[in-house]
Design a protein around this ligand. Structure first.
Ligand code: C2O
Ligand code: CU
Length: 473
């Protein structure tokens, strides 16, 4: 059995038969093809099929990120990234969390439409969990898609030190045979010569302003791993950008990707593209068919994306990971099954409006950012009512892009004309470009409470670019 499918033990015999049937129809990837990017599965302690119960402990552990060097890293369960939690749509997920870090923390379940009390927003959902303390997260996962978890206390430091992990919510009714699946957690990290983590404040105010990027690109915690592939066979990559500042733009020479999903599950219909762009926090569900001479290598390149001032001072392209094609000749894959879904546009005729500006303010104490000129620690919450539909316009007044994230609700991105961008998709994070704005429509379903929104460049969030939305009954 593939390493990452322990929960299929609990899938009904019918589904299991369907899955096996499909595996038999398609030729297979080389033996051990995905072992270089294997994720540790979270162990489900609950035998009930519709309940996933896992233990998760945050602690400092020495991890070998660069060969021969021991790096004391902040981890979930001792590894980088945290274990893959796998559930199916509608499951109840229980996470028995223990904090063995030297600092207080919480866990935020990025993208999941859960109750506010489980959202991990310190001071709003729950108190911070102190060192030696614990918290039980208990929520239902209503939507298929790739999600992720990370701390919401001192998040630039804590996520930057290694605290992040994937949560995959599968939909058993999805067509089989989309491709051989990988979950890829992209991030980056900087190490000193002795292997220890770089100072999270490196670069001072300028570091905060630009957003700190690590020098080493990590794919599931590994530097430049090699994925074995059979030419002609479709792979399905479920990708999350868990880096605290770095935008990931990926390309493979002479290849195109078919994107079938994003933050909140499948798109209305697939789109093809020559590159995948993910801001921090965003996810993509993409298909790729590697092609080339048997035995050859295909670099998957990180290509610079200008998120302001060249953002990276001409940082060169770098190989993020690579595909190595097996010696066998190309295989013939089964045709791509039809994949997509109806996403009705939210009715905005009577929508309320939220108008925000992302700002940087004069401040004696260093770099201060905010929303509408006010840093998070001085901001009054926005107020909205359950059932309301709202159109947000988020304007960028700075010389850097900002990936804007709203907790708890999916939204539909609107074009300048106010119409939804096609193909339609549900999102929770959207880029706000330099000199531009992002517009989206959101409906507050019946989950009252305090919800955060912020820039997902975590250095910016911690510098004040965060706010609160109070949804009242
Ligand atoms: Cu991943 Cu408050 O966010
Ligand atoms: Cu920002």
């Amino acid at each position: 059995m593939p390493y990452e499918r322990p929960l299929f033990l609990f899938v009904s015999p019918l589904l299991a038969a369907a899955a096996l049937g499909c595996a038999a129809d398609r030729p297979s990837q080389p033996e051990g093809w995905d072992s270089a990017v294997a994720l540790r599965p979270a162990l489900d302690r609950d035998a009930r099929p519709e309940v996933v119960e896992v233990d998760l402990t945050a602690r400092v552990e020495e991890v070998e990120i660069v060969p021969g060097k021991r790096t004391p890293t902040w981890t979930y369960d001792g590894g980088l990234p945290g274990p893959l939690i796998r559930a199916r749509v509608g499951d109840r997920v229980i996470v028995n969390f223990r904090n063995e870090l030297p600092a207080p923390t919480t866990i935020h379940w990025h993208g999941i439409r859960l109750l506010a009390a489980m959202d991990g927003a310190p001071g709003h959902s729950q108190p911070e969990t102190p060192p030696g303390g614990g918290f039980t997260y208990d929520f239902v996962v209503p939507d298929a898609g790739l999600y992720w978890y990370h701390p919401h206390v001192d998040s630039a430091v804590q996520a930057g030190n290694g605290l992040y992990g994937p949560l995959l919510v599968e939909d058993p009714s999805e067509p089989a045979g989309l491709g051989d699946e990988l979950v890829l957690v992209l991030s980056d990290i900087s190490l000193r010569d002795d292997g220890t983590l770089e100072d999270p404040q490196v670069g001072g105010n300028l570091g905060t302003l630009f957003g700190r990027e690590g020098d080493l690109l990590l794919v599931n915690g590994r530097v430049n791993p090699v994925i074995e592939a059979r030419a002609g066979l479709r792979q399905r990559w479920r990708i999350v950008n868990a880096a605290k500042s770095r935008y990931y733009q990926l390309m493979i020479a002479d290849h195109r990707f078919t994107r079938i999903g994003g933050d909140g599950g499948l798109l209305e219909r697939p789109v093809t593209t020559d590159r995948i762009l993910l801001t921090p926090g965003e996810r993509a569900d993409v298909l790729v068919v590697p092609r080339g001479a048997p035995g050859s290598t295909l670099p998957v390149r990180w290509v610079p994306y200008d998120r302001g001032y060249g953002a990276t001072f001409g940082r060169p392209e770098v190989e993020a990971f690579r595909l190595r094609l097996a010696a066998e000749p190309a295989a013939e894959d089964a045709p791509l099954p039809e994949v997509g879904r109806d996403i009705p546009a939210l009715d905005t005729a009577a929508a309320t409006r939220v108008d925000l500006k992302l700002t940087q303010q004069e401040s004696p104490g260093g770099v201060e950012m905010g929303i509408n000129g006010v840093p998070s620690w001085e901001a009054e919450p926005l107020v909205a009512a359950v059932g309301e539909t709202s159109v947000w316009t988020v304007e960028n007044t700075m010389d850097f892009d900002h990936p804007f994230h709203l907790h708890g609700f999916f939204f539909q991105v609107l074009g300048a004309d106010g119409e939804p961008v096609r193909p339609m998709e549900w999102k929770d994070t959207v880029n706000v470009p330099v000199d531009g704005a992002a517009r989206f429509a959101v409906r507050y379903d019946n989950r009252p409470g305090m919800w955060m929104f912020h820039c997902h460049i975590l250095d910016h969030a911690e510098a004040g670019m965060m706010g609160m939305l109070h949804v009242i009954q």
